[in-house]
Ligand binder design. Structure first.
Ligand SMILES: [Ca+2]
Length: 273
């Protein structure tokens, strides 16, 4: 898929340089050959062992957070593909992989911490996840407060950006009815004014069949669901070959989001979608 991003690099000179993106997800393979150049040294965090290496050692045949990171910032080099911001800096926070997800870790992933991890210097937070719609939980006050603080105080007072997937539930369990099975607003976090909620378009430039509709969506971008052979390269785990697949082109992977249980209570269950 040619998303015509090259002129943004070559003509406008916008490459993501000096921009730090926090990928709040399952993990980040910090030594990946197409990501390592852009990974902030010691800038990531593994909430399971309190180290700065969130490499997913369980999903070794393809880590969601590593794939998302590649879409954002695969380096311009001689291997793999290239991200939409090939000079952006990456930090990975593996909140979704926590055995028991905690509110404190979630807040720490979203700019609420200055050390272990330092998430406070991220410009953009990518959230390719959503709550389980079977959990009818309001958004915790602490989360809403963190989002507000982030868009108010981070990035030198200019405010950080929180980019979030709208969802993959248009046809979902309801079948192909022609109307949205789910609504982007069902996830209470999507309804906050602090989130840039992203929908997905297919290679023909129309809504991807699965992409959840709803008034919470700010912007849509090209993603998976394309004719064979037209996908973009993803950075999967180094142990497997690159796959040609989905290409969300905002900093949020609507096509590869996972479900985060509503909090509290927390659950270790994440569902690849
Ligand atoms: Ca590359």
């Amino acid at each position: 898929m040619d998303i015509n991003v090259e002129p943004v690099f070559s003509t406008l000179g916008i490459t993501g340089a000096s921009v730090t993106v926090a990928v709040v997800d399952t993990g980040l393979e910090i030594a990946h050959e197409d990501l390592a150049a852009n990974v902030v040294p010691n800038g990531s965090w593994n909430f399971n062992d309190n180290t700065t290496d969130p490499t997913n050692t369980i999903d070794t045949d393809g880590d969601h957070g590593t794939s998302v990171s590649g879409l954002i910032a695969m380096a311009r080099n001689t291997v793999g593909g290239i991200g939409v911001a090939p000079r952006a800096r990456l930090k990975g926070f593996n909140f979704l992989s926590m055995t028991i997800q905690t509110e404190a870790a979630f807040l720490d992933s979203l700019g609420g911490s200055t050390s272990n991890p330092n998430s406070s210097n991220a410009f953009i937070f990518n959230q390719s996840f959503g709550v389980s719609l079977t959990d009818d939980e309001p958004i915790p006050a602490a989360e809403e407060a963190q989002y507000l603080a982030g868009v108010t105080n981070l990035r030198g007072g200019k405010g950080a950006l929180y980019v979030k997937a709208a969802g993959n539930g248009f046809d979902g369990p309801c079948g192909n009815t022609g109307v949205s099975c789910e609504n982007a607003n069902f996830d209470p976090s999507n309804a906050l004014p602090y989130q840039v909620v992203a929908g997905a378009m297919n290679a023909d430039g129309i809504k991807a069949s699965y992409s959840t509709a709803g008034s919470a969506i700010w912007v849509s971008a090209l993603t998976r669901q394309r004719p064979p052979g037209s996908g973009m390269m993803l950075s999967e785990a180094s142990s497997k070959s690159y796959s040609s697949s989905m290409s969300p082109t905002i900093c949020s992977s609507t096509s590869s989001m996972v479900t985060r249980p509503a909090m509290p209570p927390y659950s270790s269950t994440t569902i690849a979608m």
